[in-house]
Design a protein around this ligand. Sequence first.
Ligand code: NCD
Ligand code: ZN
Ligand code: ZN
Length: 335
Amino acid sequence: MEITLKSPLDMHLHLRDGDMLRTVAPLSSQSFAGAIVMPNLVPPVTTKDSLLSYKERILEATKGDVFTPYMTLFFKSTYDYDFLADFGDTLTAIKLYPAGITTNSEGGVSGFELDTLRPTLEAMSELGLPLCIHGETNGFVMDREAQFVPIYEKLANAFPKLKIIMEHITTKESVEALERYENLYATITLHHLLITLDDVAGGMLKPHLFCKPIAKRPHDKEALLEVALEGNPKVMFGSDSAPHPQHAKESCGCAAGVFSAPLALIALAELFEKHNALKKLQNFVSNNAQKIYSITPAEKTILLKKQPTLIPAKYGNVVPMLANEEVLWSIEQIR
Ligand code: NCD
Ligand code: ZN
Ligand code: ZN
């Protein structure tokens, strides 16, 4: 059995910088035609200079591959129309983090008062720049995302022309919110389609499956699966592949993030095939994103075949999801 994917896109990816960038970027650029690159470096990407030089380093690290890094800025409520207009095509979206909610988000926003956010969000609406949000409150960890839904709704109501992307959604509540607002969209990761909290902490603790937002309940996973497998036009694949060195994961203060980029496409093929939904995979991994973001990626054709791949124990010093396990599909050809 085979399937051909045209220009797959990863709409939420952490590439980091320096040695880590050089290790992980080729593992995405090999099989994806492009990716939305997250700006949560240390310090975060907040200026045109830092965005352009980061893009150059990504292009250098992915040289030889057909791969477009779609660049994002780390949201600040001080950005105005002229500042944002000056980026032109080099800026694809802006990523908003509540302060301190996840890895490298300390400089994020500390409140969602419309008056504070309005100038920047109005400028983004006018420029057609999507707003990507890590939507969690600082409440109880299992409830954070559901508690954030009213904030998504407030923003979606106040800025009807702004495309708002609910990043890496993990709950039924988020899936339901999607259908209520025309301007709400979402990315869904591979891991949240495969695991629940049980897989992370139900038995021996699995640090390599620990991420924000934490994996939720079985009915949440079912709700995510339903919209992904039907190729629902409001959702798109975003791996949220977030590499951390092995020592930072296997530690008494485990860093949040699952590294899945190298196996994302083959594991998605296995999952979609299992649910008789292979025909919808193209929508989930590219077509929906192209429409939502109004982007046309370079042509790249990936032939996947039902033939097992053994996932390595490590890539550099990063342990991937499904390390030492077999995925039932493999990448046969890249053109
Ligand atoms: C991400 C990271 O490591 O940068 N971690 C995570 O658990 N998802 C940050 C993020 O996407 O929230
Ligand atoms: Zn996040
Ligand atoms: Zn992320």
